[in-house]
Design a protein around this ligand. Structure first.
Ligand code: 5GP
Length: 197
């Protein structure tokens, strides 16, 4: 597999990475396309199949694992599988796009490892775990139990931040958006090693 650049944005749930990714997608000069992941988690009311995720059953997901269809996959929460299909990235590369991912920290680091030169891995850091809790409650898309599960995972995820190429502190959203755009602009303008050779 070869193609454009890969921009990975990873962070604990509620850090604001989805807002940052959406902002970047709205900037035409970045030539980005969103990698739609497959997931076995239930669809939320406002989500659309093929736009936010490919919503599939657990057994379909396991079939894809067996067939080696994923670039990376993760059981992010119990019975909630998420993964990047190879065909998705190939499709977007064929369109001449740079591909942007909104995925968990383990998946993000896997992509970086598979495509070290082509990937910029960015960790979005929330102000604090308490602030995360407030944001997740405000979003009210999950039950109390699920929110607690996400919070528990956040501390483990925060510890992986130093393994990323860049860290964006999302304390002030406008500043974070500007910083993210500049990072991506700089990275997509850099030639990859493959191209230099
Ligand atoms: P949510 O259920 O809130 O949409 O996503 C839960 C977590 O799964 C988020 O951190 C999200 O970024 C991550 N995620 C979404 N798609 C993928 C994927 O394809 N692979 C991995 N490893 N994580 C993903």
């Amino acid at each position: 597999m070869k193609g454009g650049k890969l921009l990975v944005f990873s962070a604990p749930s509620g850090s604001g990475k989805t807002t940052i990714v959406r902002h970047l997608l709205s900037q035409p000069e970045l030539n980005l396309a969103f990698s739609v992941s497959a997931t076995s988690r239930p669809r939320r009311v406002k989500e659309k199949h093929g736009e936010h995720y490919y919503f599939i059953s657990i057994s379909e997901f396991k079939n894809h694992i067996k067939n080696d269809d994923f670039l990376e996959w993760e059981e992010v929460y119990r019975d909630n599988f998420y993964g990047t299909l190879k065909t998705e990235v190939e499709r977007l590369w064929a369109e001449g796009k740079n591909v942007i991912f909104d995925i968990d920290v383990v998946g993000g680091l896997r992509i970086k490892k598979k495509f070290p030169e082509q990937t910029l891995a960015v960790f979005v850091k929330p102000p604090s775990v308490d602030e995360l809790k407030i944001r997740l409650k405000k979003r009210s898309t999950e039950s109390e139990d699920k929110i607690n599960m996400r919070i528990a995972k956040a501390s483990v995820e925060l510890a992986t931040a130093p393994q990323f190429d860049k860290i964006i502190k999302n304390y002030d959203l406008d500043i974070a958006l500007e910083e993210a755009k500049q990072l991506v602009l700089d990275f997509i303008q850099e030639p990859t090693l493959d191209k230099k050779e």
